[in-house]
Design a protein around this ligand. Structure first.
Ligand code: ADP
Ligand code: MG
Length: 493
């Protein structure tokens, strides 16, 4: 066995950097957390090339004293805790004193900062953990941290970076969470010079609209309640407002974004009787609880937490969410009715008489019913030409829909009858098909079966890139969040 060496801090930092900063988004996360801890009310985030070439975070927080700048990049250097007992009562997002040291060791880092007490600011320039330059500089109160060429000296890590588009997308999701979790801080986030998010620090509703678009407010219950010493505040998707994956589920504990099984299963179970298979609830919840009842010192990235009593957390969240969803009278104390606002899609000028603003929901009516339901002939107006056109189109689309419907109904009966050797017995409540197969009796929800057949067909057409498409007669505005925008962009044909 060879000799045991004590590693120098330079090597040690580079190894441990992997625990804290493994990707550009984790650098953004750590730096923004520092800005929040410094009491900033305004934070700018600018990235280039998915954060790989450059990440610049500017805040108007308390700043770092000139004499402290060199200390800030040392491992285990923190102003947030000073003794062991502080660990039981952490109120800041950071406390390990690892982030700046880690980032400094795997990038070219510049910190410019000024506190209120200083007349002039100061900067420090660090490359691969070594201080290259430091001096006075002109800047306003607060801190700007610039991270260039991330992982330039750790080729192994650099190799595992994904495309700059994917890295940018993860940074965007991270920033979106900061906006939702810190609705009183104004964020501006640009990627390659393009503004992706800009929030104004004017409350949760505004933050939600910023991230998810204007319709989200009417699609959600706003809750603000207290139970068992917890404060639970945020938005729960209404019964119809479900999603195809879990990426629209956000939980903060005392302002910190966390991924926690206890809370997510409490919410999922409360929703379970309202959800179709493979549909997931939408929620943004901030749960505040005494800091002594939650341990955040579980994992280096502080994404996981541990509760002193899981059952109380589970029970509290489950009962609050259930009451809201079940519409139990007690929910009146929890749910706050949304403020009625001008519909977003209201058009100033329209050729279509009586046109209504339209919100896209899971209960979207058929294309033709949406298009024509509000059109009444108004001969006095000089748009009679359009109405003729519309009447013709209406008749044509209705004919096609009717034909399609008839074909599908016949096909479904055939498929169900032939695929499983089932004997059709009858229909109940205009909804269920009753079938038998030997000793087994089947009740088939024909509406759900129909949807499933259509779904399978669409999926197979999509997989084979064979679906037909045509432009809509009238443009339809679909609001998407940044993640969905990226997804559509990557999959558009
Ligand atoms: P931690 O956040 O765990 O304390 P970091 O390495 O992230 O560790 O930061 C080290 C210290 O540098 C912080 O404790 C804080 O005192 C100071 N610091 C870092 N970023 C900022 C900032 N944006 N504004 C003010 N102080 C900061
Ligand atoms: Mg920190």
């Amino acid at each position: 066995m060879s000799k045991i060496n004590l590693l120098s801090s330079k090597i040690y930092n580079r190894i441990s950097a992997g625990e804290v900063v493994d990707r550009p988004y984790s650098v953004v996360k750590e730096l923004v957390e520092n800005s929040i801890d410094a009491g900033a009310t305004s934070i700018n985030i600018d990235i280039e090339n998915g954060g790989i070439s450059s990440i610049v975070i500017t805040d108007n927080g308390s700043g770092i004293e000139k004499s402290e700048l060199k200390k800030a990049i040392l491992p285990h250097a923190t102003s947030k805790i000073s003794s062991l007992k502080d660990l039981d009562n952490i109120c800041s997002l950071g406390f390990r004193g690892e982030a700046l040291a880690s980032i400094a060791s795997v990038s070219k880092l510049k910190i410019e900062s000024k506190t209120e007490n200083q007349n002039i600011g100061a900067f420090i320039l660090v490359e691969g953990g070594e201080i290259i330059d430091s001096s006075d500089c002109g800047c306003s109160v607060g801190t700007t941290v610039t991270v260039k060429t991330l992982f330039y000296n750790t080729p192994a890590r650099e190799k595992f970076l994904r495309s700059s588009r994917s890295e940018e997308s993860d940074i965007s999701s991270t920033v979106a969470r900061f906006i939702l979790g810190n609705p009183n801080i104004a964020f501006k986030y640009t990627a390659d010079g393009k503004t992706i998010y800009q929030s104004f620090g004017d409350g949760l509703e505004s933050a939600m609209v910023n991230v998810y678009g204007p319709d989200v407010i009417s699609d959600c219950f706003f809750i603000d309640t207290q139970k068992n010493g917890f404060t639970i505040k945020g938005y729960l998707g209404k019964h119809h407002f479900t999603k195809g994956n879990r990426s629209h589920q956000t939980v903060f504990i005392n302002g910190r974004y966390v991924v926690n099984q206890t809370i997510s299963s409490a919410i999922s179970n409360a929703y379970s009787s309202y959800l179709m298979k493979h549909r997931y609830p939408f929620y943004v919840l901030n749960v505040s609880m005494p800091t002594s009842t939650v341990d955040i010192n579980v994992h280096p990235n502080k994404l996981e937490v541990r509760f002193s009593n899981n059952q109380i957390v589970y029970g509290t969240i489950y009962s609050v969410v259930s009451k809201v969803l079940d519409g139990i009278s007690e929910a009146l104390n929890i749910v706050t009715p949304p403020v009625q606002k001008e519909p977003f899609f209201k058009q100033e000028k329209s050729n279509i008489p009586n046109e209504k603003p339209y919100n896209f929901t899971s209960q979207t009516p058929s294309f033709s019913s949406f298009l024509f339901s509000d059109i009444k002939p108004q001969p006095q107006q000089d748009n009679s030409q359009e109405l003729d056109i519309f009447a013709e189109n209406k008749a044509y689309i209705e004919k096609i829909e009717k034909e399609r419907q008839q074909t599908k109904e016949t096909q479904e009966q055939l498929i169900i009858a032939t695929e499983q050797n089932l004997k059709f017995i009858g229909q109940a409540l205009n909804t269920f098909l009753i079938l038998e197969d030997g000793q087994d009796l089947y009740l088939v929800d024909q509406h759900a079966a129909h949807e499933r057949l259509l779904f399978d067909k669409l999926i197979s057409l999509t997989n084979n890139k064979k679906f037909a498409s045509q432009p809509l007669l009238i443009p339809f505005v679909l609001n998407v969040n940044n993640e969905e925008f990226d997804f559509i962009n990557q999959n558009i044909f």
